[in-house]
Design a protein around this ligand. Structure first.
Ligand SMILES: [Zn+2]
Ligand SMILES: [Zn+2]
Ligand SMILES: [Zn+2]
Length: 265
């Protein structure tokens, strides 16, 4: 076996979609539409978040307001780190549920994001970023701002700068898996960091374009440009019906759904 093959097999992992929905989730409270009343469980979407298991590490991407129910549903009993994309409420406001992991392990959880995101967390959730008290009754997080690929427990984790309306936020690449949510634009320099992907999770808010997200057609175009072996669409509103999307996806692209587990190599 060549060195190259050893590297690839050691980076095999699994991505689990905790939530495939947009900020309001699907169904939307009070909405009478057909998708919100669909009997297909793949049309029930909690807020966007994913867990990545790789090289013995369990990495959580974002803490959605649905984190507790997502973690219970998927049996996520331990976390090694949290990678934040950006501080919008649907990606951050479940941060308090990290308390259970700190409580059980009596350990702090490292959290990573860009400077803007980490400053927002410190400002809004400063109580979660303090040393532990006697009872571990608050989350104990150690926030770290990053702007380049970094090493974590022997893994290379690569932030992917994305344009999300007026904000510059992060997607993340771990091995040959990448997670790109909440973007309306991808710079050439970021595209260069996405070569050779096995599995890509990609923003697809709704049918039409939106100022800070990709619409369905734009997502398919970007998926073709990036060229991952498998692209999974995420962060969808109630406008998007699962089977209808699936029927219109080209080969190599599928809509995601809560609970979907995908191995990557
Ligand atoms: Zn979002
Ligand atoms: Zn609806
Ligand atoms: Zn956002």
């Amino acid at each position: 076996m060549s060195d190259h093959a050893i590297t690839l097999s050691s980076l095999a992992g699994e991505a689990i979609i905790l939530g495939s929905g947009a900020s309001a989730g699907t169904p939307v409270i009070g909405c009478p539409c057909a998708v919100c009343h669909s009997p297909d469980p793949r049309n029930r979407r909690t807020r966007a978040s994913t867990v990545v298991k790789i090289a013995g590490q369990t990495l959580l991407i974002d803490t959605s307001p649905d984190l507790r129910l997502q973690a219970l549903r998927e049996g996520i009993h331990h976390l090694d780190a949290v990678l934040y994309t950006h501080p919008h409420a649907d990606h951050l406001n479940g941060i308090d549920d990290l308390r259970a992991y700190c409580f059980h392990s009596r350990a702090a959880i490292p959290v990573f994001g860009n400077r803007f995101t980490i400053d927002n967390i410190l400002e809004r959730f400063g109580y979660a970023c303090l040393p532990p008290g006697k009872y571990w009754d608050k989350p104990v997080l150690t926030p770290q701002a990053v702007d380049n690929p970094f090493q974590f427990q022997g893994l290379t984790i690569t932030p992917i700068p994305l344009i999300h309306g007026p904000w510059e936020i992060f997607g993340w690449r771990i091995g040959n898996f990448a997670y790109l949510t909440d973007l309306n634009q991808l710079a050439e320099s970021s595209l260069a960091l996405l070569q050779g992907l096995d599995v890509l999770f990609l923003d697809c808010l709704r049918e039409e374009p939106y100022p800070s997200h990709l619409g369905f057609g734009q997502a398919l175009e970007l998926a073709a440009v990036i060229g991952a072996r498998q692209t999974v669409l995420i962060h969808m509103t109630h406008q998007m019906e699962y089977q209808d999307m699936l029927d219109r996806c080209p080969s190599g692209v599928v809509p995601g759904y809560d609970g979907l587990r995908l191995a990557f190599a």
